[in-house]
Design a protein around this ligand. Structure first.
Ligand code: AMP
Ligand code: ZN
Length: 464
């Protein structure tokens, strides 16, 4: 049996992972608030926990893991977006949810087993809030319900703070109805046009934190194995989830292992709209960066280290993936016959089992790729390792992506040229394509591109 070790934020140690029930290993990961396209940072936890999901399924069996990731579809940011755009909330959330699923699928992330939406679990949240009030952990005041942080002795333990420190360091607005400035909202009133539900405390909507406590309880029970998310969520979100769940269900442990990924930066700086380095996953895909390349760059850095997205890394990743795929392609027949996609080499599984050391797994794969030039066995192992980490060993995926992108580009250039009657750009692009090993057939109605065996994407640089 493979031994998995995970760094547990709760104990600040790397621990051997022992599931509560090996026939049903349970993991909950906080998902996105759906009002806009996912930015590149949002994709990091998705890819990190996708790798953990794949590892757990490899070790415990495909049908012995339950992975839940929520969609926050009621939130003040969503309400604000609806007001600005004049669109319906439901339209915005369903469109954004669909975008999220498409963009994450492009990164090779498998869908979780359950993807609950907050608005589908309002009665369960109301029930949990009632239990908290009955247990003396929450109180109603002016249409709000607040969690009383002083009623939970361990409040702050996950992130290592005390309520006193928090008050000293916080900039929270002290509402008159709060008994303690750190008390947080479980329920709040909604005015006429805001989304709302009837409740024992009047017409209103839930605070953010309660949804994860209610949905994880409903789908995974009062004790489950792993809880994940970005480290920006550790406080207050995860601290509040723990307080709510442990007070509502004191006989359970809530989550036993807490995993947090570090943040993503861009070219060494925090990604932010004001620095002009903010972009979405879709922006990158539309610029011709294949999803697999984004995944590869992510996995090259350990999840507990800040990850720096750079264009240079993306180019190197594309070259590496293509060279691995071409190496495997030489042995296509044997690899097709002998690899099942379910038999990753032990060195790779061991690397990933050691607190998701994907960077080590990738360096092992570089070594395999070198051997695979002269060894069928190594080529099979490399293909198996790629499937295990969520990559497609065949060259088709990258090539299809490149072809679709190049065709779109050539079409645009040709349309412009038809208007200006200047075809020099079309000719220039055709020359570059042919030199890079792409056959170009243009008719009045269509453009057909085909890759020849001499295809060399590095020769397309001048186009991108
Ligand atoms: P949000 O929609 O802001 O609640 O974020 C969804 C997920 O993305 C959470 O798990 C966050 O921790 C994560 N996240 C947000 N920004 C970043 C970032 N720059 N790097 C890595 N993860 C992030
Ligand atoms: Zn959550």
């Amino acid at each position: 049996m493979v031994e998995i070790k995970l760094h547990n934020t709760k104990t600040r140690k790397k621990e051997v992972f022992t599931p509560i029930d090996a026939s049903n290993v349970r993991m909950y990961v906080c998902g996105p608030t759906v009002y806009d396209r996912a930015h590149l940072g949002n994709a990091r936890p998705v890819v990190v926990f996708d790798v953990l999901n794949r590892l757990l399924r490899h070790v415990y069996g495909e049908d012995h893991v339950t992975y839940v990731r929520n969609f926050t579809d009621v939130d003040d940011k969503i309400i604000a977006r609806a007001e600005q755009s004049g669109r319906e909330i439901g339209q915005i959330t369903s469109e954004t949810t669909q975008w999220f699923l498409e963009d994450m699928a492009a990164l090779g992330a498998r869908e979780p087993d359950h993807m609950p939406r907050a608005t589908q679990y309002i009665p369960q949240m109301v029930l949990m809030i009632e239990e908290l009030i009955a247990g003396g952990h929450a109180y109603a005041a002016e249409g709000h319900v607040l969690f009383a942080v002083e009623s939970y002795e361990k409040y702050g333990a996950l992130s290592g703070r005390t309520v006193k420190d928090m008050i000293a360091g916080s900039r929270v607005e002290v509402a008159p109805y709060k008994r303690n400035p750190m008390d947080f909202v479980l329920w709040k009133p909604s005015s006429g046009d805001q989304p709302g539900w009837d409740s024992p405390w009047g017409y209103g909507r839930p605070g953010w934190h309660i949804e994860c406590s209610a949905m994880s309880y409903e789908l995974l029970g009062e004790s489950f194995d792993i809880h994940g998310g970005g480290n920006d969520l550790m406080f207050p979100h995860h601290e509040n989830e723990i307080a709510q769940s442990c007070c509502a269900h004191p006989q359970g442990d809530f989550a036993r292992y807490w995993l947090h990924n570090e943040m993503l930066q861009v070219e060494g700086r925090k990604m932010s709209k004001s620095l002009g380095n903010f972009f979405t996953v879709r922006d990158l895909l539309d610029q011709g960066v294949p999803g697999e390349v984004i995944r590869f760059v992510f996995l090259s850095t350990h999840y507990r280290k800040p990850m720096d997205w750079t264009e240079k890394k993306a180019k190197e990743a594309e070259a590496t993936l293509l060279s691995w795929k071409k190496t495997i392609d030489v042995w296509r027949f044997e690899v097709g016959k002998k690899s099942s996609g379910k038999n990753p080499p032990r060195t790779i599984v061991d690397a990933v089992s050691d607190d998701l050391n994907t960077a080590l797994a990738i360096s092992e794969m570089h070594a395999l790729a070198k051997k695979a030039k002269n060894s069928i066995e190594a080529a099979i192992e490399l293909a198996e390792a790629m499937v295990f980490l969520g990559f497609n060993p065949s060259t088709d995926v990258l090539e299809e992506h490149d072809l679709a992108f190049l065709k779109g580009m050539l079409q645009n250039i040709r349309e412009n040229a038809m208007e200006t009657k200047d075809f020099s750009e079309v000719d220039r692009m055709k020359t570059v394509l042919v030199a890079a090993g792409v056959k170009v057939k243009m008719s009045k109605s269509d453009i057909v591109l085909e890759l020849t065996p001499d295809f060399d994407p590095s020769k397309l640089e001048s186009l991108k």
